[in-house]
Write a protein that binds this ligand. Structure first.
Ligand code: 13P
Length: 260
């Protein structure tokens, strides 16, 4: 299989200069044991530049959690654009995380604009999609995932997914300790890949699909072993180096066995 594993940490609004330095130092040391996978960390925006310095000699990639939907700089108080994130060392940016959608009112059109400006600014968007519990219980999971994907496909074009990552994050599993079963995760991922495949089979085969939602050291291996799961987007468990590295190690073992 051509797709390699990506394990990404979304630190959300957590950390401090001192805590980040300690965490990054632990990760830089630990990822040496995981040469067969890609690792990404997404600290809060104010810490990106310092994080970039900590990661200088490391293969760990740096991502932001959010970006402005504006294509050009200007009078947008409080906003940070793709070029700025690039300038401080980011290669990736999360787009459309469910917390942005639900707490900050980002609709599908806004998420699609952010996806487009992220790529124009040289960043790889990690497009987050997922259904709420009410949507799952109403049997609307696939409808929601397709709507969220189609909004971006029609704004950016399918070729944009040559250079993007998709994270399936069921909202009911985020920060709840409740994880999708491997069957639920695989079914959603296969559906997402199928939506991409209807547009372009080759791109569907190459695009990385991460699972997010209460991934921990003790469930990562089973989730990552699903055929269409290419890694994880980790929240709470990305804040402690040993736990995050244990998740990376699960991916490393699977990657090594896939290569063998
Ligand atoms: P948790 O791993 O804390 O459930 O968060 C998942 C998430 O939202 C990652 O973006």
């Amino acid at each position: 299989m051509a797709r390699g594993y990506l394990v990404a940490g979304n630190w959300k609004m957590n950390g401090s200069s001192a805590a980040n330095a300690a965490l990054l130092e632990g990760l830089v040391r630990g990822v040496a044991e995981c040469p067969a996978i890609d690792v990404l960390v997404c600290p809060p925006a104010v810490y990106l530049e310092a994080a970039h310095r900590h990661l200088a000699a490391s293969p760990i990639a740096l991502g932001a959690q959010n970006l402005s939907d504006q294509a050009k700089p200007g009078a947008f108080t409080g906003e940070v654009d793709a070029a700025m994130l690039n300038d401080v060392g980011c290669s990736h940016v999360l787009v459309g995380h469910s917390e942005r959608r639900t707490l900050y009112g980002e609709d599908d059109a806004c998420v699609a604009r952010k996806f487009v400006v992220a790529q124009s600014g040289g960043l790889i968007p990690v497009l987050c999609i997922g259904e709420t519990l009410a949507e799952r219980e109403a049997d609307a999971t696939e409808t929601v995932l397709k709507r969220q994907l189609d909004a971006v496909i029609s704004a950016a074009g399918i070729a944009a997914f040559l250079n993007a990552v998709i994270a399936y994050e069921p909202v009911w599993a985020i920060g709840t300790g409740r994880t999708a079963s491997t069957e639920q995760a695989q079914a959603a991922h296969a559906f997402i890949r199928g939506v991409i495949a209807k547009n372009d089979a080759k791109i569907a085969n190459s695009v990385r699909l991460l699972y997010g939602g209460s991934v921990k050291a003790d469930n990562a291996a089973s989730l990552f072993s699903c055929e269409d799961v290419d890694g994880g987007l980790i929240g709470g468990a990305s804040l402690k180096a040993p736990e995050f590295l244990a998740i990376c190690a699960s991916a490393q073992i699977l990657a090594a066995s896939r290569d063998a």
